[in-house]
Structure formats: structure tokens, C-alpha cells
Design a protein around this ligand. Structure first.
Ligand code: YH5
Length: 288
């Protein structure tokens, strides 16, 4: 039988094997767990370990599939966080959630932080720099954790100043293909990798929309599962005219649009609402 263009193999991440297509597949929800005291998304409420754990427990009760722990804010204007500070934020959370029953992802750009998290049993590393630092590829190659390889143009502090592409679709997909090849060269099996177009990371609204509309094509060309992060982002604000605290409806719509365009994993702040939206999607997808 001919292999369908939508057929993407399972994603191996640490202790877990996640189905990415076929009859048992449903789009997965990655819940954002910020442990940054300066985070706009939780206003410092989750600065303490106890509150981060409570947030994680709530997400689990709401049906989260993957928990994405982040200790470094990459918002333009956020103060840089030292390695020690990042470690002191994320490591206690990783230890506390280690046996929560859900795959744990860590949003970090630092190879030393990756190594510590891998030693503590993290299941996935989510690197917004796409593992461009060769030391980060070495860090993950010595483990069996999953990788999320994301595209970003420029650096977080300045990336939204003048985003520029001749062809955003080919530039982003070529970048991802090169990073995937580098990961494979470093001994990382392809079935450990998912890709992310990096919405809002050095992109105008038009760039974001072009990428979203062409997500399915990029995913089928690279033949790797696509993870999409649109939740609460400026793009939603630009489209709806709403401030960050009023972007829930826009974010839910964006999650459904992403899934319509092939996304296998959606990274979101509002887990309960996204799980419901995707249940409605899935009810129609799984007839017969
Ligand atoms: C992502 O897309 N994003 S952190 C600005 C906002 C709202 C939210 C102004 N880490 C991604 O969530 N990892 C982040 O409003 C990510 N993909 C992956 N893989 C930025 C963020 C946000 C930024």
C-alpha cells in the first residue's frame, strides 16, 4: 500500500513513545509551565516550587499530554537569567514532577541545563535555538530524550525589530532540514525529533500566516511531527486587537487551525479549554 503523506512515525521521547498518526492518534496538548518569576503569563504567581507543582497538577487533571517546563523568559526586554538561576528554577520542578505520569519537556537553550535535566530524567528538550549550539547536540546525543527543533530568526531581544525573508517558507524549512541533518550526524535517531516553525520568533504577522498556511507541506516534506506554539502570542493580539489576558478564544481557534494544517502537538497555556476544543475536533475526525 502507498504510504500516505500524512503518515508520520511515532515520536520517541525518553520513557515515552507518542503516536503521531494512525487510528489511535489524536493531537497532543503540551502545557506551558513557566517557572519564571517575571512571566507575564502567570505574573510571578508560579515563582515558588509549590505553586509550579500545583499548576502542573491542575494541567494533569485537565488532560495535558506533555508538560513543558521553562525557567528563562525569552520576551524582548526580559532580564537575562544566569545558568545558576535557570537551574535553581527548573531542577526542583523536574525532580518533583519526575513521576507524575506525563512526559516532561524542558524549554532551554543551554547545554549545561540540558545535561542536568537529562540526568534527572527529562523526556524532551525543547530548544528555541534549534540546537544550533553543537554542545547542546552533544548533550542530547548521549541520551534518549526527544528533541523539539525550532526555527528562530535572530535573538529573542531583537528578533522582532526587522524580520526579513526572501521566502519565509523555504528559509524556515531549509533551516529545519539542516538542523535535523546535524542532529542525525550527531547520532540522534530521527524518531526522536519533532519540528517547530517558531511562530513569533523573528516573524511578522504575514510571515506567521504564510507559515501556518503551509505547515502541512513543510511537515510532509521533512516527514517529522510538527509542534506548534501560538497560544497568547502577539499574532493573536494583532488579529483580534486583544491584550494578552484576552486571547483565549483567539488561541483556541489558532490551535484548531494548526491541527487542521497538520500539527501533531500544540503548545498552550490554557490546557482545559484546548483539550475540549480538540475533543470536538477529534469527535468528527474519528467517525467510522
Ligand atoms: C514555541 O512556539 N514559544 S516561549 C509571547 C506571547 C505569548 C507567548 C506576547 N517557547 C515556543 O510562549 N517552544 C515559547 O505573547 C516555545 N515553540 C516551542 N517549541 C514564547 C511564548 C509566548 C511569547
Amino acid at each position: 500500500m502507498m504510504e500516505s503523506k500524512n503518515n508520520i512515525g511515532d515520536l520517541i521521547c525518553g520513557r515515552y513513545r507518542l503516536k503521531m498518526s494512525g487510528a489511535e492518534f489524536r493531537p497532543l496538548v503540551m502545557g506551558v509551565l513557566n517557572v519564571t518569576p517575571d512571566s507575564f503569563s502567570d505574573g510571578g504567581v508560579y515563582a515558588s516550587l509549590d505553586l509550579a507543582i500545583t499548576h502542573a497538577e491542575n494541567m494533569i487533571a485537565e488532560g495535558v499530554d506533555i508538560i513543558d517546563i521553562g525557567g528563562e523568559s525569552t520576551r524582548p526586554g526580559s532580564p537575562p537569567v544566569s545558568v545558576e538561576e535557570e537551574l535553581s528554577r527548573v531542577m526542583p520542578v523536574i525532580y518533583a514532577l519526575r513521576d507524575c505520569g506525563k512526559p516532561l519537556s524542558l524549554d532551554t537553550r543551554r547545554a549545561v541545563v540540558m545535561r542536568e535535566a537529562i540526568a534527572a530524567g527529562i523526556d524532551m528538550i525543547n530548544d528555541i535555538e534549534g540546537f544550533r549550539n553543537e554542545d547542546s547536540l552533544r548533550a542530547v546525543s548521549e541520551s534518549d530524550c526527544g528533541l523539539c527543533i525550532m526555527h528562530m530568526q535572530g535573538e529573542p531581544q531583537t528578533m522582532q525589530d526587522h524580520p526579513h525573508y526572501v521566502n519565509v517558507i523555504t528559509e524556515v524549512s531549509t533551516f529545519l532540514a539542516k538542523r535535523v541533518a546535524a542532529a542525525e550526524m550527531a547520532g540522534i535517531a530521527r524518531d526522536r525529533i519533532c519540528i517547530d516553525l517558531g511562530f513569533g520568533f523573528g516573524k511578522t504577522l504575514q510571515h506567521n500566516l504564510d507559515l501556518l498556511a503551509n505547515s502541512e507541506m513543510i511537515q510532509s516534506e521533512l516527514r517529522l511531527p510538527l509542534l506548534v506554539g501560538l497560544s497568547r502570542k502577539s499574532m493573536i493580539g494583532q488579529i483580534t486587537g486583544k491584550p494578552v489576558e484576552q486571547r483565549l478564544a483567539g488561541s483556541l481557534s489558532a490551535a484548531l487551525v494548526a491541527v487542521k494544517h497538520g500539527a501533531r502537538i500544540v503548545r498552550v497555556h490554557d490546557v482545559a479549554e484546548t483539550v475540549d476544543a480538540l475533543k470536538v475536533w477529534q469527535a468528527v475526525e474519528s467517525i467510522n
